[in-house]
Design a protein around this ligand. Structure first.
Ligand code: FAD
Length: 476
């Protein structure tokens, strides 16, 4: 393999692999170095997202939701199932196959686009020089030269000193996606997106799930009305969410994890079959650059970049979870495209104000743009419209009437500033909101748009009509 490249991409997660493919499409000679090793001991592309994040979690959410529906919801439709049972091993095999198909798919895409792959750990040792140590042999295998380098090394789960990982008992999110049996009692530390999604999977399959959250407010980044609806719904589904509960210590004894935590009432104790730590992720910014170079980091160890993702080292860019901003796959991918275009001499911008977020509970929570609280803090007068799914014909036909869509529009210009959805398929519905907001739509624009009937999307239409107090299917 010739070792001179236009671009070396370090990391093949959704930020790095997308950047590499776009660089190659733009005619740049590109190599992507990635150190991920899967359970079979083989190099696997796709990073956290494909191997232990977005994809395996959604595969298990889907399977567990189907089980839950068959168990609890089918009867309402006049359907009965004889001898419904969970085969976790088979469920996991399906999930593993989905992961394998998609990670292999990236290798195929690399080949089609002529992106070279090296499985190993990369370190930038000088401007334009990257050394790679093969992950398996630990031998220095390549010294790569490139004009431009993209750091896309992602993130790792935050660990807690009071709950050190212990096989079979104290697990991180990756291990929590690998369980081969349904545990009787699970404790999850952290009521963020990952904690709620993992909690939903195992609770639907029959575990008793307790979630301990140190913060007083549930989902503080979510619109407060939606957060309170979601909390009520998840509690109704059986999740025992304990807020203001700070983990003090843990001990594994007699095949149980004994947990001590503090809440308003003082010290509490409880014991579980598994403890899952889901308290966030930290950037993989250490050891990417040798001591000979200075890569500036912020106080939380994220790589500091400008609005084109350039780092403090000339011709070195950083994208994805390793830089500040929402730790989301699609944000990293779009940064990858922006940087590739920039390296090729083209200019495109990424609108950081319009990055959608989704929490894949049931119903799903999705949002984009500003919350009412943020508008208030920014002294922006707003008009707010909302529409409950209960009044949607399609939602009724689906027996999925829980939730609402809320649209926030600037009171002066009517421009849509934020859309917040708690609904089945919210992850799909939010895309139309992002598109509308990218096009700088007003609530009037949405109100004058024709939506197919009967669809959940009509609720977006009605929410826009409701901004001007003229919704048709609810009292204004
Ligand atoms: P990563 O995906 O972390 O990839 C980085 C890659 O770089 C890895 O393969 C790593 O091995 C490699 N690497 C690191 N250092 C080196 C080095 N020195 N040399 C060579 N290779 C190196 N996001 C969403 O948008 N939607 C979701 O639904 C979602 N669900 C999630 C569920 C879970 C359980 C988890 C854990 C995360 C989830 N995320 C989700 C977050 C998402 O996975 C991350 O935002 C995304 O993977 C970040 O992409 P990245 O390319 O920046 O980094």
């Amino acid at each position: 393999m010739a070792n001179d490249y236009d671009v070396v991409v370090i990391g093949a997660g959704p930020a790095g692999y997308v950047a590499a493919i776009r660089c190659a499409q733009l005619g740049l000679k590109t190599v992507c170095v990635d150190e991920w090793i899967n359970h079979q001991g083989e190099g696997s592309l796709g990073g956290t997202c494909l191997n232990v994040g977005c994809i395996p979690s959604k595969a298990l959410l889907e399977s567990s939701h189907l089980y839950h529906q068959a168990d609890k919801d089918f009867a309402e439709h006049g359907l009965s199932v004889k001898s419904l049972a969970v085969d976790v091993v088979k469920m996991q095999q399906r999930k593993d196959q989905v992961v394998k198909d998609l990670t292999d798919g990236i290798a195929t895409l690399f080949k089609a686009n002529k992106v070279d792959i090296i499985h190993g750990r990369a370190t930038i040792v000088a401007t334009g020089t990257v050394e790679v140590v093969e992950r398996k042999t630990r031998n220095l295998s390549h010294t790569l030269k490139a004009k431009d380098i993209i750091i896309a090394t992602g993130s790792s789960p935050v660990r807690l000193p009071q709950a050190k990982l212990k096989d079979d008992y104290i697990l991180d999110s990756a291990a929590a996606l690998e369980l081969k049996q349904v545990p009787k009692r699970i404790c999850i530390i952290g009521a963020g997106a990952i904690g709620l999604e993992l909690g939903s999977v195992w609770s639907r399959l029959g575990s008793e799930v307790v979630i301990l959250e140190a913060m007083q407010k549930f989902l503080p980044i979510v619109d407060s009305k939606l957060a309170s609806l979601a909390k009520r719904s998840l509690i109704k589904q059986g999740l025992d969410i304990r807020l203001n509960a700070r983990l003090v210590s843990t001990r594994v004894k007699a095949k149980k994890v004994h947990v001590v935590y503090e809440d308003k009432a003082g010290e509490q104790q409880d014991s579980f079959d598994k403890l899952i730590i889901a308290v966030g992720r930290k950037p993989n910014s250490e050891r990417v650059v040798s001591d000979a170079l200075t890569l500036e980091l912020d106080e939380r160890r994220f790589v500091l970049v400008d609005d084109r993702c350039q780092t403090s080292i000339p011709n070195v860019y950083a994208i994805g979870d390793v830089v500040p901003g929402p730790m989301l796959a699609h944000k990293g991918s779009e940064e990858g495209i922006m940087v590739a275009e920039h390296i090729a001499g083209n200019e495109i911008e990424l609108n950081y104000d319009l990055i959608p977020s989704v929490i894949y509970t049931h119903p799903e929570i999705a949002w984009c743009g500003m919350t009412e609280e943020q508008c208030k803090d920014a002294a922006i007068d707003v008009n707010v419209g909302s529409f409950p799914l209960l009044a949607s014909g399609r939602a009724r036909a689906m027996a999925e009437t829980e939730g609402m869509i809320k649209i926030i529009a600037d009171a002066k210009t009517d421009r849509v500033l934020g859309v917040h959805i708690f609904s089945v398929h919210a992850s799909e519905l939010i895309a139309q909101a992002v598109l509308m907001m990218e096009m700088q739509a007003t609530s009037e624009d949405i109100a004058l748009t024709v939506f197919a009937h009967p669809t959940l999307s009509e609720s977006m239409h009605e929410a826009a009509l409701s901004v001007q107090k003229r919704a048709i299917h609810i009292k204004n």
